[in-house]
Design a protein around this ligand. Sequence first.
Ligand code: ADP
Length: 181
Amino acid sequence: MARITYRDIVIETRQGDIASQPDLEAIVNAANAMLMPGGGVAGAIHRAAGPGLAEECRTYAPIKPGEAVITGGHNLPNRYVIHTLGPVYGQDKPEADILARCYENSLTLCEKHQIESVGFPAISTGVFGYPMREAAEVAFATIKSMIEKGLTYPKRIVFVLYRSQDQALHDEVLSRIFPSS
Ligand code: ADP
């Protein structure tokens, strides 16, 4: 696990399942446009949340790449789920700008709802095909710039990576974008 603090906001990584993170007030869903259950992250979140989540989501769908919406957590241990639609790599362009907007819009919702802690999966790096390293660079650079613009919430941002090699890669990129001292 890596952990850094930048202007009083903690950013950390952990290996695990985004749908089993009881200490986080909100988790982010790597959603599909219709905000429906599917594979990967969306499948795990909807399975754990129960059918009430899909029902609540129906009122917000469809969303466009880069957008984010917030719902309750239903049967999840988290108070909120933030659903964002990442870019399909090689299709939704410019990919890096759209992926950056996913993080910006998700964090803006955290700010608006004064959410203390949020967990992100590696958005777009599954079926949407975004290379993990490039995606991590966009994610951390976007968070850094939002903190520099005065982000006050969330106080803690946790990257929940499914595979240990993905966590190791995020640790490396994190320490490069937020050098200590
Ligand atoms: P996208 O459609 O945005 O690419 P996916 O859900 O296919 O989203 O995958 C995004 C990333 O999340 C991938 O790196 C995948 O390995 C990872 N992942 C899949 N299931 C989980 C889970 N339950 N918790 C955390 N990360 C997951």
